[in-house]
Every structure is written in structure tokens, then in C-alpha cells.
Design a protein around this ligand. Structure first.
Ligand code: FCB
Length: 446
């Protein structure tokens, strides 16, 4: 694929990471433990037996990482804050040394003219709150709102966007539904109640941040997909409708319509969440942007074993189907169904079994992946969807949750023994692509 897609000059080009996946510094300067510290230290939970104690050591190496971003010429950096770093127990005392870290990181970004897009919660709940019931405990939503307000107070005028949650679907479904992620619970009813508390906490945090007042755009990041029936059978079609309803509409409808989607609610039956009187009104308030993370589509089969998609473009190292058309379709469907605010594609990228060959990392498959998805999102843009930016996941190879360090998503290779960073071919391609997009803004000096 060689075609070049021209985006408007105002389009935001970025890279994304999250705190637990890159920071390390697990106990540095008063940081409290999070559920991912606990989970990754529990034998059998992470495939390669690793944890986030050191990760990419970004806590100490952030100046180098920001310099790499500057050398690529990106406009923006999306990262998350580790709640337990700034409030070790998740409630009560703040940890000034933790705040200082993010202050230093922001200064570094400001010095390179890279806009900060922060996420408040990328799955690393302070363990102290987990000990009191975690997201199953409604109180956690109120503690989250206090933390959100404090971030807005301290940093709200220095960052471009603040997202409340990253992919609450994963927190609920993988953390509480199938136990793949921290805290490792497998209980459908609990996972649905957790999803409600996440939606509630989003609304409470939005109100708390609005009260503080800041220049940051406030929103949420959702992982989304289209759901295609594997065959024309009525059962597969019904499965696909339910999948879309329980995954995409389940989070979109409360926020944009103030209610849960009827189909998912009906199928959930007795597992439907306990919702208090004003909850959905709290969840239903204007957001300034919607972050969409897109990796694959859902392919819904009721056969045993389930029918698999053809995977015409192949699969990534995660085994995920490469399906860029799904991104166009998803964005157009969202645009038709909701009054959307501006959208950022806050994550998109692929795992690839990258290795260093003569000092280089030839990951041409990733370049092809990104090109195809940029074309797909531009197709949606040209059909009227307001898309403001794209963040490639990820800047660095990092701790890929229960896959540990075995899966590499970075455009920059990390040697975990030496912590040496090596830009892959995809990083160099992205740098050149950005120069082509906006020739007036040449890459910053590293
Ligand atoms: C997303 C997560 C991100 C990373 C990518 C591969 O679901 O938000 O942290 O793990 O998948």
C-alpha cells in the first residue's frame, strides 16, 4: 500500500502509553501499591511471570523518552497517571513526591512543545481501595472524583485533555468477568455492577473537574469494535447484536443518552446492575471529546468451536485479526447513533515479534497496519465524522498486562536488560510521515 492520505494541518499526531506499563518505580518516593502490583506478583497471573517493578524505567528515564518523542516530531503524548503514586491509599493524604514526578514530566513535555493528554485511570487502582471492595464498592467512585478534581486543580491548565477512564469495558469484563486482569475476579454479576460504578465514577469525576474549572478538554476513552455475525444464521446475528449492545452501547448510552441499552439490559436479566436514582443523570453530561481505542472487530459465532474470521490481512502477534475496515464502519455507526463531540483515536497499533537485526528493527508489518488504519479513519473523516487526532499505541515496548513483556507494541524497541531504546522502522516511518503531513513543522531536534 503506497497511497498517502493528507490530513488537515490542525490534526493532532501522537503516541500513547500508560503508567503501569512503562513507569516502573513501583515503590519509589512513597508510591502505594496498586492492584496490578499485587496481581502481577501473584504466581500464574502473568504469562511470562514478570511484573511492573521496573518496566521501561520511565520513572527515571522520562527525559530520554520525551526526547525520543521530540525527535519523532509528534504533537502530543497520551499517558496515564498512577493514582497510587499521588495518593498512595486512593483516599486521604496526597504524596507530593508523586505529584512532583508528573510535574517534571509535564515540564519536559512543555519544553519540547508536546501537548499532554492525560488519563486518570488506566487500570491501576490503589490496593488500599481494593481492600475495601474496589470498584464493586460504590464508594470508590466518590474517591475517584476527589482524585480527578485534584488533578484538574493542579494540572488542568497545563494539559490539553483529561480522560476519566481508559477502557472501562476491560476493567469490568477482564478484571471482574473472566479474571484475566487485576483484580482477577470471574463473576458476571459483579462485573456488570462494576461497569455501572465506573460509568457513575466517570460522571462524578466530570462534575468534580468542571467545578474546579480548567482549560483542559474533559472526556473518556472507550475501546470499541463493530460486531459482525460469522454467518447469516439468526443465532449469529442475534449474538452480534447483543455483543455490540453489551460492549459499545453499554458505555455510550448512559453517557450520551442517560440510559442503558434495552437489549443488553434485557439479556442481563437478574445480573443487571443496581442503579440509584440520579446515577444515570450524573453519567449523562456533556463531554468535550471521546477517545476511541480500536484494535479489531468482534466476530460473533454461535457454533462450537466458534467459526473464525477469514483474516484476509492476517493477524497480529496477539492473535487479533487485522481489520481496518471495522474502524471506518464503527466511526460511521457512532456518528449516526449519537451526538458526538470531537473524537480522538486514542489507541491503535499492533504487537509484532520484533527483534534487532544489525542494529535495526525492521517492523514493516506495523507500518502497513498503521497506514491502513489511517486510511480507514480518514475515510470516516471524509464522510463527516469529526476526528481530531490519532495516537499510536505505543511509544515503547512495554508491560502488556497478563502477556507480560512477551508482546511488543512499541514503535521504539526496549531491551529490558539494558533499558536501551532503539527506534524501529515504524518510528522512523512515522517521523517522516509527520513531516510529509505538515512540512511547515519540521521534526524537533532530539
Ligand atoms: C488496550 C490497552 C493498552 C494496551 C493495548 C494493547 O486495550 O488500553 O493498555 O494494552 O490494549
Amino acid at each position: 500500500m503506497t497511497d498517502f492520505t493528507q490530513f488537515p494541518p490542525s490534526f493532532t499526531w501522537g503516541v500513547a502509553t500508560s503508567a503501569f506499563q512503562i513507569e516502573g518505580g513501583a515503590t519509589a518516593d512513597g508510591k502505594g501499591p496498586s492492584i496490578w502490583d499485587t496481581f502481577s506478583h501473584t504466581p500464574g497471573k502473568v504469562i511470562d511471570g514478570t511484573n511492573g517493578d521496573v518496566a521501561c524505567d520511565h520513572y527515571h528515564r522520562y527525559p530520554e523518552d520525551v526526547a525520543i518523542m521530540a525527535s519523532l516530531g509528534v504533537d502530543a503524548y497520551r499517558f496515564s497517571m498512577a493514582w497510587a503514586r499521588v495518593q498512595p491509599q486512593g483516599k486521604g493524604a496526597w504524596n507530593e513526591a508523586g505529584w512532583d514526578f508528573y510535574d517534571r514530566l509535564l515540564k519536559e513535555l512543555e519544553s519540547k512543545n508536546i501537548a499532554a493528554h492525560i488519563t486518570l485511570y488506566h487500570w491501576d487502582l490503589p490496593q488500599g481501595l481494593q481492600d475495601e471492595g474496589g470498584w464493586l464498592n460504590r464508594d470508590t467512585a466518590y474517591h475517584f472524583a476527589e482524585y480527578a478534581a485534584e488533578v484538574a486543580r493542579r494540572f488542568g491548565n497545563r494539559v490539553k485533555t483529561i480522560a476519566t477512564h481508559n477502557e472501562p469495558w476491560c476493567t469490568a469484563n477482564l478484571g471482574y468477568g473472566n479474571a484475566q486482569f487485576a483484580p482477577g475476579v470471574a463473576d458476571l454479576k459483579q462485573s456488570i455492577q462494576v461497569s455501572h460504578h465506573l460509568v457513575l465514577s466517570h460522571g462524578l469525576a466530570m462534575s468534580a473537574m468542571r467545578k474546579v474549572g480548567s482549560t483542559a478538554q474533559l472526556g473518556i476513552v472507550l475501546n470499541q469494535w463493530t460486531a459482525d455475525p460469522a454467518t447469516d444464521s439468526a443465532a449469529d446475528k442475534a449474538a452480534a447484536e447483543f455483543e455490540y449492545s453489551r460492549s459499545v452501547e453499554w458505555f455510550m448510552d448512559p453517557i450520551f443518552k442517560g440510559k442503558y441499552p434495552a437489549l443488553a439490559l434485557k439479556v442481563h436479566g437478574d445480573n443487571a446492575p443496581v442503579v440509584q436514582d440520579d446515577d444515570l443523570e450524573i453519567a449523562h453530561q456533556k463531554i468535550d471529546f471521546l477517545g476511541v481505542n480500536y484494535y479489531f472487530r468482534a466476530f460473533c459465532s454461535t457454533e462450537t468451536p466458534p467459526r473464525q474470521p477469514e483474516c484476509k490481512l492476517g493477524k497480529t502477534d496477539m492473535g487479533w485479526e487485522i481489520f481496518p475496515d471495522g474502524l471506518t464502519e464503527l466511526l460511521l455507526k457512532l456518528h449516526a447513533d449519537y451526538e458526538l463531540p470531537p473524537i480522538y483515536i486514542t489507541e491503535n497499533g499492533m504487537a509484532n515479534p520484533d527483534t534487532i537485526v544489525n542494529g535495526e528493527v525492521p517492523d514493516e508489518a506495523r507500518i502497513d497496519f498503521v497506514k491502513r488504519h489511517l486510511k480507514a479513519l480518514n475515510d470516516a473523516r471524509l464522510q463527516g465524522v469529526n476526528i481530531q487526532g490519532y495516537f499510536l499505541w505505543s511509544l515503547l515496548d512495554n508491560f502488556e498486562w497478563n502477556s507480560g513483556y512477551a508482546k511488543r507494541f512499541g514503535i521504539v524497541h526496549v531491551d529490558y536488560e539494558t533499558q536501551q531504546r532503539t527506534p524501529k522502522h515504524s518510528a522512523l516511518w512515522y517521523r517522516d510521515y509527520l513531516i510529509q503531513q505538515r512540512p511547515q513543522k519540521s521534526a524537533h531536534a532530539a
